[in-house]
Design a protein around this ligand. Structure first.
Ligand code: MTE
Ligand code: MO
Length: 450
C-alpha cells in the first residue's frame, strides 16, 4: 500500500527530548512538535508498530524525568492559554495522528474520492465531526445558507420551495445513526488487501443527527395517492440522484441540518442532507436541493451502473438498501499491535441496518471457538454498538475475529459463506467476518483464512 499521501504522523510523540526552559510553554510546544515530526518514524515503538498511525500514543517516547513525581512539571509552572485563545477548540497537538486518511491508489482525483475514519483511535460510538469519513463524487459543495433552497415537486398537491429557515421552524428530532458506505471493506472481496482497520472498515461514521422527519415536510406538500417513490437530488457538481421508496420516507427518514450538536460540516452536506437510517450511505444525499415524487424508481446511474452487485450468473443485485449486520475488532488491529503479554482488551464496533445488535462473539483461534463479548450501553437501533472482551496473550500467534448477530437473528457470515451466494465480482456490501493475525512479535496483520 502506498502511504505517501498520508497525513504527517507522529506529532503525538513530540514529548521526547523537549526540555521545558525559561522560554516557556509555547516555545516548548513548537520545538517539541518539530522534533517529534523529525524523529517520528524512528520513534514509533521500535519496530513493533512500523505501520502508519500505529500507537499507543506514548509509544517509543521516553518521559522527561523532570516532569515526573515528585517534581513539579513545567506545565504547573506557567499560566496557560486564556479563554480567548481558542474560540473553536481543537484536539491536543499530541493527538495529531488521529486524522482521516485516504489511499492514493484508490484516489484518481481527490474530488471524486473517499477518506477513512480513524476508528482505531476512537472511543465510544460517536464519531467526532472532524473525523467523519468523507465520500463525494464531485467535491464538497460550498453552499451559502442564504441561497439554499429545497424544492419538492412531482406527484404532490402543492409543489413548494423551502429555505433553511423554513426547515428549522418544523419540530425536530435528534437521533444517533451510523452511515456506512456500501463500498466499505469493498477492496477485500478477493483477499486481504489493506493493512489497517482504518482502510478496511473506516468508511463508516456515527453521529447524532438533528433535523425534521421527512414525513413532516412531505405533509406540507401533500403526496398524491400514486406517489410511491421519491427522487432525492444533490446540489453538488455530481448532482447525485437516488430513488427512495415512499415507505422509507414515511418511516424513519430525516432531513438533517445538524450533526453532534452543530450545523453539518460542509463535507457532510451543509446545510441539509438526507438521512436514511440503516441504508447504504450512497442514498444519504448531501446538499439536497430537490425531492421529486413519482410513481416508479428512476434507475439513475448510482443505482444501475454503480451500487449494484454483479453475480456469478451474470445478473446483478440492485436496490440493496439495507446494510447487513457487521462487526470488526478495532484493537488489536494492524494499527494497534499487542504490546503486553498477559491480559489484553479486545475492543470493537458492531452495527446492523435492520435494528439493534443482539450479540457479538469473539474468537482467538480463527473461528473454531467463540466467546461472548460485552456490549457497552447504549445499544441503539441502526447505530454503532461498542463491544469488548478480554484475551490472554502468551506470545503465540493468534487469529482474532468478531461475529455479530442482530435482533432479527441474522448472523454475520464468513467470506466463504458470502462468496457462495454472491460470487467474487462484488465491490459493495462486504459484511464478512474480518481476521487479524497477531504474530509472535505482537504485530497485527490483515489475513484471509481458507
Ligand atoms: N450530493 C451528494 N450526496 C452524496 C454523495 C455525493 O457525492 N454527492 N456521496 C454519497 C456517498 S457514496 C456516501 S458513502 C455518503 C458519504 O457521506 P459522508 O461524506 O458524510 O461520509 O454520502 C452520499 N451522498
Ligand atoms: Mo458510498
Amino acid at each position: 500500500m502506498d502511504r505517501s499521501n498520508e497525513a504527517p504522523d507522529g506529532g503525538a510523540r513530540a514529548r521526547t527530548g523537549a526540555q521545558p526552559s525559561s522560554t516557556g510553554r509555547r516555545a516548548f510546544l513548537k520545538t517539541g512538535l518539530k522534533t517529534g515530526l523529525g524523529v517520528a518514524g524512528a520513534a514509533v515503538a521500535g519496530g513493533m508498530a512500523g505501520r502508519a498511525g500505529a500507537t499507543p500514543m506514548t509509544a517509543g517516547a521516553e518521559a522527561d524525568p523532570a516532569t515526573l513525581p515528585p517534581n513539579v512539571p513545567w506545565w504547573n509552572q506557567y499560566l496557560g492559554d486564556g479563554v480567548a485563545a481558542h474560540p473553536y477548540g481543537s484536539p491536543s497537538p499530541y493527538e495529531a495522528h488521529v486524522v482521516r486518511r485516504n489511499v492514493e491508489w484508490l484516489t484518481a482525483t481527490t474530488e471524486s474520492s473517499v477518506n477513512f475514519t480513524p476508528i482505531q483511535d476512537l472511543y465510544g460510538f460517536v464519531t467526532p465531526n472532524g473525523l467523519c469519513f468523507e465520500r463525494h463524487h464531485g467535491g464538497t459543495a460550498e453552499v451559502n445558507p442564504v441561497d439554499f433552497r429545497l424544492m419538492i415537486n412531482g406527484l404532490v398537491d402543492t409543489p413548494k420551495v423551502f429555505t433553511i429557515e423554513d426547515i428549522l421552524r418544523f419540530p425536530s428530532v435528534s437521533r444517533f445513526h451510523f452511515l456506512e458506505c456500501a463500498a466499505n471493506t469493498g477492496m477485500e472481496w478477493r483477499g486481504a488487501q489493506l493493512n489497517g482497520v482504518q482502510y478496511t472498515h473506516g468508511m463508516i461514521h456515527c453521529v447524532q443527527y438533528t433535523g425534521v422527519p421527512l414525513r413532516v415536510i412531505l405533509d406540507q406538500v401533500g403526496v398524491k395517492p400514486n406517489g410511491t417513490w421519491l427522487m432525492a437530488e444533490g446540489g453538488d457538481s455530481a448532482g447525485m440522484h437516488r430513488s427512495v421508496p415512499i415507505e422509507k420516507a414515511l418511516d424513519d427518514a430525516i432531513l438533517a441540518y445538524a450533526m453532534n450538536g452543530e450545523m453539518l460540516r460542509p463535507e457532510n452536506g451543509y446545510p441539509l442532507r438526507l438521512v436514511l437510517p440503516g441504508w447504504e450511505g450512497n442514498m444519504w444525499v448531501k446538499w439536497i436541493r430537490r425531492i421529486e415524487v413519482g410513481d416508479k424508481p428512476w434507475h439513475t446511474r448510482e443505482e444501475t451502473s454503480k451500487y449494484t452487485d454483479l453475480l456469478e450468473n451474470g445478473k446483478a443485485r440492485f436496490f440493496t438498501w439495507e446494510m447487513d449486520a457487521k462487526s470488526v475488532i478495532t484493537g488489536p488491529c494492524p494499527e494497534k499491535p499487542v504490546l503486553h503479554k498477559g491480559i489484553n482488551q479486545i475492543k470493537g464496533l458492531a452495527w446492523s441496518g435492520r435494528g439493534r445488535i443482539k450479540e457479538v462473539h469473539v474468537s482467538t483461534d480463527g473461528g473454531r471457538n467463540w466467546m461472548q463479548a460485552r456490549l457497552a450501553d447504549p445499544v441503539l437501533p441502526k447505530c454503532l454498538t461498542c463491544f469488548n472482551a478480554e484475551f490472554e496473550w502468551n506470545g503465540e500467534e493468534v487469529l482474532l475475529q468478531s461475529r455479530t448477530v442482530d435482533e432479527t437473528g441474522y448472523v454475520q457470515p464468513t467470506m466463504q459463506a458470502l462468496q457462495e451466494v454472491r460470487g467474487v465480482n462484488s465491490i459493495y456490501h462486504n459484511n464478512s467476518i474480518q481476521t487479524w493475525l497477531v504474530n509472535k512479535t505482537g504485530e497485527v496483520e490483515n489475513v484471509r483464512l481458507g
